[in-house]
Design a binder for this molecule. Structure first.
Ligand SMILES: Cc1cc2nc3c(=O)[nH]c(=O)nc-3n(C[C@H](O)[C@H](O)[C@H](O)COP(=O)(O)OP(=O)(O)OC[C@H]3O[C@@H](n4cnc5c(N)ncnc54)[C@H](O)[C@@H]3O)c2cc1C
Length: 427
């Protein structure tokens, strides 16, 4: 049963949210320029981008704003889009690859500008470190460092050896090297998403919660129906990612939903915090089934990992993640776990986010894998720029082919589980 990733999240973020807002349910009919389905970062950031450009916007969210992955994630704002872009040369050429690389850097600025412009209180901090905890990953960090330097990455980077990384970044014997990036960082994702929804509303966007879309009829004017109302819109955007289910099978079939999970400790004593993560950076290791962790603003360890491809949540997230956490930080053996939750990430076969159109006036963005805070915001900007005729940069993503997964909804996740097992054993 997927109670953690599909139910309401009993998360640290829900416990510490800054905004007590409720948006109404859609119970009438409404005519707008653009209707957005989904109230995560993809949807909310699109609502801001479009309302800033003067469009009338209605956003429909099935539950509450940030209910999906956007309000549950690790909060790590990390540079880059996709993995190993060189494999797309044959489809989009060198220029296309260079553009996506550039967008991967620009995406950080989009989020930072948003936080600054609307003064969103979301505990944003700069500083992120890739950790090598296996000798073969040290070389990978060196290569990443060199590539970033050569490409003119505009933020401070430093490559740290075992002694430096353990002294400056992480009090763990498991860390053998680190690559620190001061352009990336971490934040409270639910507060960012809620703050953005409020900003979109202030710009004139109409936002509806508890309003799951039941059906869509495409046309020059689309008709988007909920149980008690409907929206007529010239343009439609799908921003439902791994939670789309059967609403639009053409999109669902290209994304495999996978559960990812996080535990949050009790608040830790300042001297312990200083030992564990003295620079307060967000951290990821380099394994396929990676651990990702960081401190919250009130000094809890938020430790994430464990990707489940079976569609079933573990019975106890703590039972699975605590041993992983104490392997990295034996100092936390006695720490109480106060929150545990999960969410669904959407994974495409080639792991490049899927951004494009189903037809000329129907847009979508999905398939960010575990790396979506920056990319959702970049996707929203590209889509808004495309709708407004400001830039065609979105089209680089449309040129990439995305495989449809065989096996329908019941077999897709088991197939992914098999694929990931293969990747772990032979990748
Ligand atoms: C546990 C976890 C940790 C992660 N950690 C990180 C991280 O540290 N850094 C990072 O960059 N990324 C991370 N990610 C990935 C990132 O959170 C996602 O890529 C991103 O939030 C996707 O945003 P979204 O708006 O596209 O989808 P979501 O946030 O999932 O939102 C989709 C929304 O659509 C709504 N919806 C679905 N169907 C309908 C319908 N019929 N009608 C109306 N609404 C509908 C859902 O209710 C949901 O609210 C993590 C993800 C998870 C689950």
């Amino acid at each position: 049963m997927a109670i953690y990733s599909n139910g309401d999240a009993n998360s640290y973020y829900q416990h510490s949210k800054n905004f007590a807002i409720n948006f109404p349910k859609l119970e009438h009919s409404l005519d707008v320029d653009v209707c957005i389905i989904g109230g995560g970062f993809t949807g909310v950031a699109s609502a801001i981008e479009l309302s800033e450009r003067g469009y009338s916007v209605a956003l429909l969210e099935a539950h509450t704003i940030g209910w999906g992955a956007s309000g549950r994630n690790g909060g790590q704002l990390i540079r880059g889009i996709g993995h190993d872009l060189s494999k797309f040369h044959s489809q989009i050429g060198e220029q296309g690859v260079a553009l996506i690389e550039q967008l991967g850097v620009e995406s950080l600025q989009v989020v930072k500008d948003r936080i600054n412009k609307y003064n969103i209180d979301c505990d944003f901090k700069l500083g992120y470190c890739d950790i090598a905890n296996h000798p073969k990953h040290i070389k990978y960090l060196q290569q990443s460092y060199e590539q970033l330097q050569q490409s003119g990455y505009p933020h401070s980077l430093s490559l740290l050896d075992e002694r430096q990384v353990q002294q400056q970044v992480i009090g763990s014997k498991t860390a053998l090297a680190g690559l620190v990036d001061m352009g990336s960082g971490h934040l409270h994702p639910l507060n960012l998403c809620l703050g953005e929804a409020i900003a979109a509303q202030q710009n004139g966007a109409q936002i509806f919660e508890q309003s799951p879309v039941k059906s869509v009829r495409f046309g020059d004017t689309h008709q988007i129906r909920t149980a008690q109302g409907h929206v007529n819109a010239k343009t439609l955007i799908y921003g439902c990612n791994a939670y789309l289910h059967d609403l639009e099978p053409k999109l669902t079939g290209k994304v495999l939903p996978a559960g990812s999970y996080i535990i949050a400790t009790e608040q830790l004593a300042p001297d312990l915090v200083e030992q564990l993560l003295p620079s307060d950076y967000a951290i990821c290791d380099q394994r396929v089934d990676l651990d990702y962790f960081r401190l919250s603003a009130d000094n809890r360890m938020l430790f994430g990992g464990l990707c489940h491809y079976s569609g079933r949540d573990p019975h106890s997230i703590e039972a699975v993640l605590r041993p992983k956490m104490t392997q990295v930080f034996p100092q936390l053996a006695q720490a109480k776990i106060e929150f545990q939750w999960g969410g669904m990430i959407g994974i495409g076969a080639n792991r490049l986010p899927q951004i494009g159109r189903l037809q000329h006036n129907v847009y979508y963005a999905q398939g960010y894998a575990g790396h979506g805070i920056n990319v959702t915001h970049m996707a929203a900007k590209l889509i808004a720029q495309h709708i407004h005729g400001e830039s065609q940069r979105m089209q680089v993503f449309e040129q990439v082919k995305h495989m449809r997964f065989l096996g329908g909804k019941y077999l897709r996740s088991p197939l992914l589980a098999l694929g990931m097992m293969y990747h772990k054993m032979f990748g």
